[in-house]
Write a protein that binds this ligand. Structure first.
Ligand SMILES: [Zn+2]
Length: 457
C-alpha cells in the first residue's frame, strides 16, 4: 500500500487562533495570507519556510488550514473544476448551459501533504487498468493523485530538502508543477498514451537547513528557485511572547468568530484584487533592481510584482516602496548572497527616504532610457484593449515588465553585435587629438587644472 500522503489533524495540533505571532515568525503569517489570496485568484504562490527544529514553522503551516476559504466547483468534480473555467477531461468541452445543469457546490480549499516517503503514482495519479475500456481514451479511467486532487488549493511538502535529496523523481514532479502558472502534471502508464492535465496548486514547503542533507538551494538549486518566496522562521526572543505561548492564550476568544472573520477578509481582498496596480515609479525601481544588481532569475521580480499586488488588496492600498522592500527580502533571500541582498535593500531604503533626489538622479543616470521605456510601454499598454479575462488582467503588469526587460536586453545585445568587432588597427576608426601630445610636466598649472566654467565651454 502506498505511503500515507494525507495527514489529518491530530489532537496535539494547534488551532490557527491559538498561534502567537512574534518577530521570528511574523513573515510566515504574511506569506500564508499572500499565498492563499493568490490561490483564490488563480495564481499560485509558492513559498518555502526554513528554520531550526522547534521554531513552529510546520505547526503554523498546518494550522493555516483553518483559515482557507471555500471554493466553488462543478458539483462532484474530483478535479475541482472551476465552473467558469473547467479543465478536466470530463467537463472542459461542455457548454455553459451544460455546466449550469450540472450545478455547483462549495468545498473547502484543498490542503494536502506530500511526505518524503510518498511514491510517484500516489502523488501524480495513475490509470485505472481495471476500469479502462478504451486504450485510446485513458483519461476516462484516471486515478487521481495528491497533486491533481489539490487543484485550486495548497500542497504542503515538509522536509523538502530531504525529498530533493532522496527522491529526485518527486523533485522533478514539483519542478513541473511549479514551472509555469498554471503548472502541469503528466500521468503515464506503460503502453498507453500519456495524459497531461493543467494543475494550479500553491506549494508550501518547510525544511531545516541545518539538518541533513543541508539547505535546499545546495541540493537542488533549480527547485529552490521555483519558490516565489523563502522565509526564515526563528524562535521568539521576547520573554513576554514566550510566556503567552506557554500560557496557551486565546482560550478566552471565540475561535470560530476569529476564523470566519479572517476568511471573510481574504474573500473581500479577492474581490478587489484587480483594483490595485503598481505605479510607474515602482515598476522602474523593479526594472533597475534587476539590471543594476544583476539578478539571476526574472522569477524574483515576477514574485515581487505579484506579491505587491496581492498585498495591495490585503492592506487596501496601492503598494509603495516599503512593500517592495518587505517582499524583496523574501523573494531574494534564496537567490542572492547576503552581502548583495543587504546592498540592494540599502539602495531601496535610500530611495524610500529620498524619493525626489533619487528620481532626479535616475533621470541623469544610465537607467534613464529604461525609465522612459517603462513609461512609454505603460502608455502603450493603457491604449491597448484588455482581453477581459481575469488571469490576463492579473498578469498584465508582469507581462509589461517582461517585455520591457526583454527589449532592454535584446537591444543592448543587438547593439554589441551590430558593432563590427575587429582587432586590426587598420579597420578601427581612430580620432586623433587636434594637438600634438606633450608631457604633463611641461604644462603650466592653469593648463591642466580647469575651473568648472572653463570646462563648460
Ligand atoms: Zn471537472
Amino acid at each position: 500500500m502506498a505511503a500515507r500522503i494525507f495527514v489529518e489533524r491530530d489532537v496535539f495540533m494547534k488551532k490557527y487562533s491559538q498561534l502567537i505571532r512574534h518577530t521570528g515568525n511574523n513573515f510566515l503569517f504574511d506569506l500564508i495570507d499572500i499565498s492563499i489570496l493568490g490561490t483564490l485568484a488563480n495564481t499560485p504562490i509558492h513559498f518555502h519556510a526554513e528554520g531550526l527544529r522547534g521554531t513552529g514553522k510546520t505547526t503554523i503551516i498546518r494550522a493555516a488550514k483553518d483559515i482557507l476559504p471555500k471554493i466553488k466547483r462543478i458539483k462532484g468534480c474530483i478535479y475541482n473544476c472551476d465552473p467558469s473555467n473547467p479543465h478536466c477531461p470530463e467537463h472542459r468541452d461542455l457548454s455553459n448551459k451544460d455546466i449550469e445543469q450540472l450545478g455547483t457546490e462549495l468545498i473547502d480549499m484543498p490542503f494536502l501533504e506530500i511526505s518524503p516517503s510518498a511514491k510517484k503514482g500516489t502523488v501524480v495519479g495513475s490509470i485505472d487498468l481495471k476500469k479502462i475500456s478504451s486504450r485510446e481514451e485513458p483519461e476516462a479511467a484516471l486515478l487521481l493523485g495528491t497533486i491533481p486532487r489539490a487543484h485550486r488549493g495548497i500542497i504542503f511538502v515538509d522536509e523538502i530538502n530531504r525529498i530533493a535529496d532522496t527522491s529526485p523523481e518527486l523533485a522533478d514532479i514539483l519542478l513541473d508543477v511549479m514551472g509555469t502558472k498554471p503548472g502541469r502534471i503528466q500521468i503515464e502508464e506503460v503502453g498507453l498514451p500519456t495524459v497531461v492535465i493543467p494543475v494550479q496548486v500553491s506549494i508550501w514547503a518547510a525544511s531545516n537547513p541545518d539538518e541533513e542533507p543541508g539547505p535546499l538551494e545546495d541540493i537542488r538549486r533549480q527547485l529552490s528557485d521555483r519558490f516565489d518566496f523563502t522565509v526564515n522562521v526563528e524562535r521568539p526572543v521576547d520573554t513576554a511572547v514566550l510566556k503567552m505561548i506557554l500560557d496557551g492564550n486565546n482560550e478566552k476568544y471565540n475561535d470560530s468568530y476569529l476564523i470566519e472573520e479572517k476568511k471573510e477578509k481574504l474573500l473581500r481582498a479577492q474581490a478587489i484584487i484587480d483594483d490595485f496596480s503598481l505605479s510607474d515609479e515602482i515598476k522602474s525601481i523593479l526594472a533597475s533592481m534587476y539590471v543594476d544588481f544583476g539578478l539571476e532569475s526574472l522569477r524574483s521580480i515576477e514574485a515581487i510584482m505579484l506579491g505587491a499586488k496581492i498585498r495591495g488588496a490585503l492592506l487596501g492600498k496601492n503598494p509603495d516602496i516599503g512593500e517592495i522592500i518587505f517582499l524583496a527580502r523574501l523573494a531574494l533571500r534564496h537567490r542572492m548572497d547576503a552581502k548583495n541582498l543587504n546592498e540592494l535593500i540599502k539602495h531601496l531604503e535610500q530611495r524610500r527616504h529620498q524619493p525626489e533626489k533619487k528620481s532626479e538622479a535616475a533621470m541623469k543616470s544610465n537607467d534613464c532610457d529604461l525609465r522612459k521605456a517603462v513609461l512609454q510601454k505603460n502608455n502603450d499598454q493603457k491604449i491597448g484593449t484588455n482581453s477581459g479575462k481575469l488571469k490576463n488582467k492579473f498578469f498584465s503588469p508582469l507581462e509589461k515588465m517582461m517585455s520591457i526587460l526583454t527589449n532592454k536586453f535584446s537591444s543592448s545585445a543587438g547593439g554589441k553585435n551590430n558593432r563590427p568587432i575587429s582587432s586590426d588597427p587598420k579597420d578601427m576608426d581612430i580620432k586623433a587629438p587636434s594637438k600634438k601630445a606633450i608631457s604633463l610636466k611641461q604644462l603650466e598649472l592653469k593648463d591642466y587644472v580647469k575651473k568648472e566654467e572653463e570646462l563648460r565651454r
